[in-house]
Design a protein around this ligand. Structure first.
Ligand code: SF4
Length: 238
């Protein structure tokens, strides 16, 4: 898809509903369409929608080895509820091997390297295997400054494919209304003050009124694992 086609798609889908965006993505890219999910609230909504639109979309879960037990339990609930396959994408070392190799965990000292080694590298390997032409992300515009600059459809230079963001214009309230209206399974940690859930060493509870992303890499400059930082042609993040 070239830049003109992406601009046209954004004109068409800029104000479309998530269902309309997903139908468009399925029509244009399935079976070369992939969704990577950590089973956040938004991801669970998209899985619920896709289960009716096209359940054979490729779903993958990045299993860094540092996921919460609650996330692993949710993964099983989702698979049972929707009857979908969710492939685990894992690094080539266990957590024990990785920490032994580096003289201890890197999530505090060098979290960018830890994310790169345990998320980006395995994801790139999965991308090379599946060769998707597009992937679906669950980001919302109001989550971070970086995300506010995203388009519903955009070119992802890091993975060299189209990125589709069906929930970009939804609010947190709309996400939770959808979950509750449809009894979508969600991570039990959300009810314990964790609005955004990643790996356990880098995720804190923030309470009901806390900023949604402030519990991720709390106390560090880092705000993203790198998966959703879109790079321009010079490699700089936007
Ligand atoms: S989120 Fe934390 S534990 Fe998970 S890969 Fe990144 S730095 Fe490592």
């Amino acid at each position: 898809m070239d830049a003109d086609a992406i601009a046209t798609a954004n004109e068409l889908l800029g104000n479309a509903s998530p269902h309309e965006v997903l139908r468009w993505a399925v029509k244009h890219f399935h079976p070369k369409l992939l969704m990577a999910t950590a089973f956040g609230a938004e991801g669970c909504c998209l899985i619920d929608m896709l289960s009716e639109i096209e359940p054979a979309v490729t779903f993958i879960n990045l299993d860094t080895g540092y996921q919460f037990a609650e996330t692993l339990a949710l993964r099983e609930m989702i698979k049972d509820r929707y009857g979908i396959e969710v492939e685990l994408i894992q690094p080539d070392t266990t957590v024990a091997e990785y920490e032994a190799e580096h003289g201890g965990p890197l999530f505090d000292l060098r979290p960018d390297q830890c994310c790169y080694d345990r998320k980006i590298v395995p994801l790139k390997r999965a991308m090379a295997r599946y060769e998707p032409r597009a992937w679906i992300s669950a980001i919302r515009k109001d989550q971070t400054t970086d995300r506010s600059a995203a388009g519903v459809v955009q070119w992802d230079a890091k993975f060299e494919l189209v990125k589709v963001n069906p929930l970009l214009n939804w609010t947190k309230k709309e996400v939770w209304k959808y979950i509750l209206d449809r009894s979508v399974p969600y991570n039990a940690l959300h009810d314990r003050g964790y609005p955004s859930i990643g790996c356990w060493p880098c995720t804190n509870a923030v309470g009901a009124d806390g900023d949604e992303r402030s519990g991720r890499w709390a106390g560090k400059k880092k705000k993203e694992c790198g998966l959703h930082v879109i790079e321009n042609k010079d490699g700089a993040g936007i």
